[in-house]
Design a protein around this ligand. Structure first.
Ligand code: CA
Length: 756
């Protein structure tokens, strides 16, 4: 009877999946980007089986414990189903543990237990994952919630159906409590950036009595224990099963305590079944994804779009929990205490300030407000704003990009947090080096006095720092104006917003390293990566003056020279000078193979560059290039991204670009127009308004904009204003297969530049 019920439920569930194939979340392919390696990445992502911005993600694990490439599409063997918090393979994971199953053998060692599998027997959805472990004739299914998950193991008939809980190394603890059918434990796995008391507590309930229990303590198996603490511990629960017998597990965790983990489990799963959690997860994804509905594209374009939207809806993760009094609390990854309020983490602002956060300001402003409160808490708990958090401050990348994120949010009217504290934190950054190079501003003194970070003082990435600080100062200038700060303060930041000019060499029209005596770096090659530049070369960094493209045009000698230089990015041979690294780094190879010259879409600094033609009166070149990039560099396949996807940034580029506009300059309240991909896109804003973008005669060939009508008025500008979009209405875009050389050519229609 029970077997029949289960069978019917499984069939019903599979039918439901099939019938709802048009549900938006079912366009998502979480495997996109997973066909990546250390030396060549097509996204460097793993399938995150997770809820939007969930505290925990789950991923099938093909890589060894501690390997940043935890799931690689090319692998054929699987060794675990892992709770992961990894934002990037380069940063690696923390607070992770895994579940796995074997039959007829009691084995803990991750290399000995791994099983063959095939993608043909794998189903990956954001809200549901299924795989078949061929070595053990066992099926494993996962349905996640924000802080918990249901697991369903379907075993063959055997006396040894084993469920493995691997608490991972770097110190862990596990205890099995048979009378409650419960396993508790914690792990401390991390790669730095956490206080000493960091722990991820987990609780697991199983629904059948086991026959035997084995614990693994530092690679030795014990059968007479039910509790273990060590460098690396785990448990193997052995069951006697009938054919196709299901064992259900409910798993939850907490960064606060075991009690909180229990509470998270009760609140998010409680008495719900696997299928109920699965359907709930699907409904939640669909509700949030339906804020953007695209129509008229191919199936592949729909899949690519919603996969990109999914990637944009994962990071930063909710690092907060809800306590017994329904209060929002968090374990502080900065001071190790339990503190009130929101906390988010796992984000490199260097990547995400560009498009991810602007996307939240447009489509998820309430979330954005919570994230801002999290930044206030980060500053209170650590004394600094985060630039690369995972979960605490990590030393990675350059810049002062938190300023852009905060200013952009506030200028776009997002409220509900203490902006004055955030402003204080921003000011502190502008005057101080931090405890690690990525927080505060390395070289702040030199920058503030000389107007740039000198090459002979900070040899590495000095020019990138100068350029990024200058842009950050623009956003501070705008925020200071809005906050009605003293005029002298506003003037200081406005003045510094032009400091990018100090590292521009007008004799060669490139950004270039400079010594404190004012001598430009010699020898110089614009294709030299590293040195004065961060993960790129001058071909990429020369364009990072988001706030003053008009100023850059003037430095280059006018619009003609500027456009010629933009053109040459795509046509110059993709040579690289890599002596700063000593070898070809993966970002270089990923640029070279695209056949797009020096344009390197696989890394973030240059991603806005195709939009810059709009500032020089040749918008059709933007339209051609962004469509070309969308069509060539993004697919719905496992190799369908390029470079490091990086916490949603490269995906947010696609989401915006497919809608037809992109936030070149966060802090300006403008979106620069590209070329909409879909015949119709509907944006349902949180304020209740709806914006429809129609481009009925859009096609693979009709990529050029002939004319735009916005709410029945002819619209001649090369940009949209944030607040105009939020009012809703209809934008009709008339497309053509030939460039419209009379549209968007007048200066009054160009996007914002500070110099004007
Ligand atoms: Ca990157």
């Amino acid at each position: 009877m029970r077997k029949t019920t289960v069978f019917v439920l499984v069939v019903l569930f599979q039918i439901a999946l099939h019938l709802n194939a048009q549900s938006l979340v079912d366009y998502v392919n979480p495997l996109v980007g997973s066909d990546s390696r250390f030396d060549f990445s097509n996204g460097n992502t793993y399938p995150a089986i997770a809820m939007p911005w969930g505290m925990n993600f789950w991923t099938p694990q093909t890589g060894k414990m501690g390997d940043g490439w935890q799931y690689q599409y090319s692998k054929n063997k699987i060794r675990g189903f892992k709770q992961t918090h990894q934002p990037s393979p380069w940063i690696n994971d923390y607070g992770c543990f895994s579940l796995f199953a074997t039959t007829d053998t009691v084995v803990f060692d991750e290399n000995k237990r791994e099983s063959w599998f095939s993608h043909k027997a794998e189903i990956a959805k954001p809200y549901y994952y299924k795989n078949y472990l061929a070595n053990y004739n066992t099926t494993v299914e996962i349905a996640p919630t924000e802080r918990a998950a249901c697991f369903r193991f379907t075993f063959p008939a055997t006396n040894k159906a084993c469920i493995i809980v691997d608490a991972f190394d770097k110190n862990s603890y596990i205890k099995v409590i048979p009378e409650e059918r419960k396993i508790i434990g914690y792990n401390t796995f991390n790669t730095g950036g956490v206080p000493d008391n960091f722990k991820n507590y987990f609780v697991i309930y199983y629904d059948k009595d086991f026959t035997d229990l084995t614990l693994s303590i530092d690679s030795i198996l014990f059968q007479n224990k039910n509790e273990a603490k060590g460098k690396h511990v785990g448990a193997i629960l052995q069951f006697k099963t009938r054919n196709k017998e299901i064992i259900n597990l409910k798993v939850a965790s907490s960064f606060i305590s075991l009690e909180q983990a229990e509470l998270n489990l009760k609140r998010e799963i409680g008495g719900s079944s696997f299928d109920e959690i699965c359907q709930k997860g699907k409904a939640e994804w669909n509700t949030l994804m339906s804020r953007i509905k695209v129509e008229g594209g191919s199936l592949q374009e729909n899949r690519t779009f919603y996969t990109a939207l999914y990637r944009t809806m994962l990071f930063p993760r909710k690092f907060y929990e809800i306590d017994a009094n329904n209060k929002i609390v968090h374990y502080s990854p900065y001071n190790g205490k339990i503190c009130d309020g929101y906390m988010f983490t796992d984000n490199g602002f260097w990547d995400t300030f560009r498009a991810v956060f602007p996307f939240f300001t447009l489509m998820f402003p309430e979330l954005n407000s919570h994230i801002m409160e999290g930044l206030v808490n980060t500053y209170k708990e650590s004394g600094w704003l985060p630039e690369w958090a995972s979960p605490g401050h990590k030393n990675c990348m350059v810049g002062s990009n938190s300023a852009a994120i905060i200013a952009d949010s506030y200028l776009k009217g997002i409220r509900g947090y203490d902006i004055n504290t955030l402003y204080e934190a921003i000011l502190k950054n502008t005057e101080n080096e931090g405890p690690i190079a990525s927080v505060g501003r390395l070289g702040a003194d030199y920058y503030n006095t000389l107007g740039f970070v000198p090459l002979d003082i900070h040899g590495y990435e000095n020019t990138s720092r100068s350029i990024e600080y200058s842009y950050a100062d623009f956003t501070i200038y705008r925020l200071a104006t809005e906050l009605k700060r003293p005029a002298s303060e506003i003037d200081t930041f406005k003045k510094r917003a032009f400091y990018y000019k100090n590292v521009f060499d007008t004799t060669i029209n490139f950004m270039r390293g400079k010594t404190k005596n004012g001598e430009f770096q010699t020898p110089f090659r614009p294709d030299a990566w590293g040195h004065s530049f961060s993960e790129g070369c001058s071909w990429h960094w020369t364009w990072c003056v988001f706030h003053d493209i008009d100023g850059l045009i003037n430095l280059m000698g006018g619009k003609r020279d500027f456009v010629q230089k933009l053109d040459s990015v795509f046509t110059t041979a993709p040579t690289v000078e890599y002596s700063a690294y000593g070898f070809l780094i993966h970002e270089m190879v990923e640029m070279q193979v695209m056949d797009m010259g020096q344009y390197a879409h696989g890394n973030q600094p240059v991603q806005h560059m195709p939009y810059l033609y709009n500032y020089a009166g040749e918008p059709w070149k933007t339209q051609f290039n962004v469509r070309n990039i969308m069509n060539r560099l993004y697919t719905d396949q496992p190799d369908g991204l390029c470079g490091d996807e990086d916490n949603g940034q490269t995906s947010a580029w696609y989401v915006f670009s497919a809608l037809g506009f992109y936030p070149v300059c966060p802090g300006s309240n403008q979106y620069v127009i590209g070329s909409p991909l879909f015949k119709k896109a509907t944006l349902n804003f949180e304020n209740g308004k709806t914006l429809v973008i129609n481009s009925a005669n859009n096609s693979v060939k009709n990529v050029y904009i002939k004319n735009i009508v916005f709410n029945k008025k002819r619209y001649t500008k090369n940009y949209f204003d944030h607040f105009d979009l939020l009012k809703g209405g209809v934008i009709n875009v008339d497309m053509s297969n030939t460039p419209e050389m009379n549209r968007g050519v007048l200066k009054q229609d160009f996007p914002f530049s500070l110099s004007e």
